[in-house]
Design a protein around this ligand. Structure first.
Ligand code: AMO
Length: 439
């Protein structure tokens, strides 16, 4: 018999169907055996009665996570039963045949059938492939998948061309020390800290480009918002008049992603009791203004305008109260805090750059770039770096390139903050941190 999906069964009351999936849990009540069956569309209760002899004998052997095929009659469940337990829907299957397709070996480390797995993050990550079978945890990644598709869709709609750039590089793109050195045959290379140089090159041939790609950061610390490998949603756009145009673009893109998630992931959002509010337009304040607000409203002083995690949380609290916005752009970061490619402002102590904060956390950085060859060479020298090291990057500017800018968005941070997850690692299938290289 052809396979029917659980999601299709409400329309098939009175029909005989064959379902395939995993045993979420087996419960025995007197002589009846209840098997909650899980497939990619949901969970459904199946009932095996002793009269169906063969099915009953097989059902007695079943344990959680057995992969099975169950044939039976779709029946409407009494409303009272549905009210008591709504997790398995309004129909059930009266099983006639049960066939074991595959069995787990040995004991399972965790029971994924619970609505919410109340376990330590380490346990969930150590047993990741199993934990990812839990419906609530799976919801995180359905939302993540929606984010990737929404980003792709809006970028293409706005005329950006998707590119994929190399992740093995000869030099670091973002400066600082947080890059991984690797052995590359008889040379040293490093893993890309961002697609920065290549997306700027992309502007010189496509005007507008985007990339969804892996980013590697050798952050030696443990925080709830840093990991060592993440997926960046990058964008770069040419022919801008100022970095305000870049923020306009990013605002459009981010709000469009939020809208798609809100429209297409209602069920998943509900599992986390989350509502996505309209946040339009996103307020923009300079970092200097933010520092004043922090001091006046929260009594917090910023050292050299270097806003920390607490400051970001506070300024978001202010944005919510004052502008009813979950987002806020902080602009014009000090030169000392931004990479060498950032466009200086009228006051050269500051740059034409921004961060985008969402519900207390920085989710994106961006800005206008220096596009003049000589100015860029000077800037590299000013930072005590050697222009020779950036020869290929500098070539981009020798060939002629319009004023441009862009952003890097941390995809996992967006999902973390949408769902209010305590740690970014919850929003990563198989996260990498200082200690974790498996699974
Ligand atoms: P930046 O280094 O600020 O900027 O990174 C951009 C965004 O990436 C995310 N992010 C991280 N997420 C998880 N773990 C980390 N260790 C981590 N580091 C950064 C954040 C951050 O806002 N090239 C520039 C962007 C640009 O100007 O276009 C860049 O990489 O969400």
């Amino acid at each position: 018999m052809e396979r029917t999906l659980i999601g299709e069964t409400p329309k098939l009351v009175g029909k005989t169907v064959s379902l395939s999936g995993w045993v979420n849990i087996r419960r025995d009540h007197g002589k009846l055996i209840f098997i909650d069956l899980r497939d990619r569309t949901g969970i459904m209760q199946t009932v095996v009665i002793p009269d169906s002899k063969e099915a009953y004998e097989t059902a007695k052997k079943l344990r959680s996570e057995f992969v099975v095929e169950i044939e039976g009659l779709v029946k409407a469940r009494p409303a009272s039963a549905v009210n008591q337990d709504s997790s398995t829907g309004g129909v059930e299957l009266e099983a006639k045949k049960v066939n074991i397709i595959s069995k787990p070996e040995g004991e399972l480390a965790i029971d994924v059938s619970q609505e919410s797995l109340d376990l330590k993050l380490e346990t969930l990550l150590d047993n990741r492939t199993l934990a990812l079978r839990n419906e609530k945890i799976k919801s995180i990644f359905k939302i993540y998948s929606e984010l990737l598709s929404a980003y792709d869709e809006v970028m293409r709609k706005e005329g950006y061309v998707e590119i994929k750039t190399p992740k093995i590089l000869s030099s670091a793109t973002e400066g600082g020390a947080n890059f991984f050195k690797i052995k590359y045959f008889d040379r040293e290379a490093c893993l890309a800290q961002s697609p920065q140089f290549y997306k700027q090159a992309g502007v010189s041939f496509f005007e507008r480009v985007f990339e969804i790609g892996s980013v590697f950061r050798a952050e030696p610390h443990y925080t709830t918002r840093h990991v060592n490998e993440y997926i960046g949603l990058d964008g770069e756009v040419g022919f801008i008049k100022s970095f305000q145009d870049v923020m306009d673009e990013l605002e459009k893109v981010v709000l469009s992603c939020m809208d798609s998630i809100s429209k297409n992931c209602q069920e998943e959002l509900k599992k986390y009791d989350v509502v996505i509010d309209e946040s339009k337009p996103i307020p923009r304040i300079t970092l200097v203004e933010a520092a004043e607000i922090l001091e006046k409203e929260f009594g917090k002083k910023l050292e050299n305008l270097d806003i920390d995690a607490e400051g970001e949380r506070m300024i978001c609290e202010w944005a919510k109260k004052k502008h009813s916005s979950d987002f806020i752009f902080l602009t014009n970061y000090p030169t000392a805090l931004r990479p060498f490619y950032s466009m200086p402002g009228k006051d050269p102590e500051f740059t034409e750059t921004f961060d985008l904060l969402f519900r207390g956390l920085e989710i994106a950085s961006g800005g206008q770039r220096i596009h003049d060859y000589n100015q860029l060479v000077e800037n590299i020298k000013k930072r005590k770096m050697k222009p020779e090291q950036f020869k290929d990057y500098l070539d981009i500017f020798k060939f002629g390139i319009p004023p441009h800018g862009g952003w890097g968005l941390g995809s996992e941070r967006i999902v973390q903050k949408i769902l209010g997850l305590g740690n970014i690692k919850e929003a990563i299938l198989y996260p990498r941190d200082v200690k974790r290289l498996t699974p």
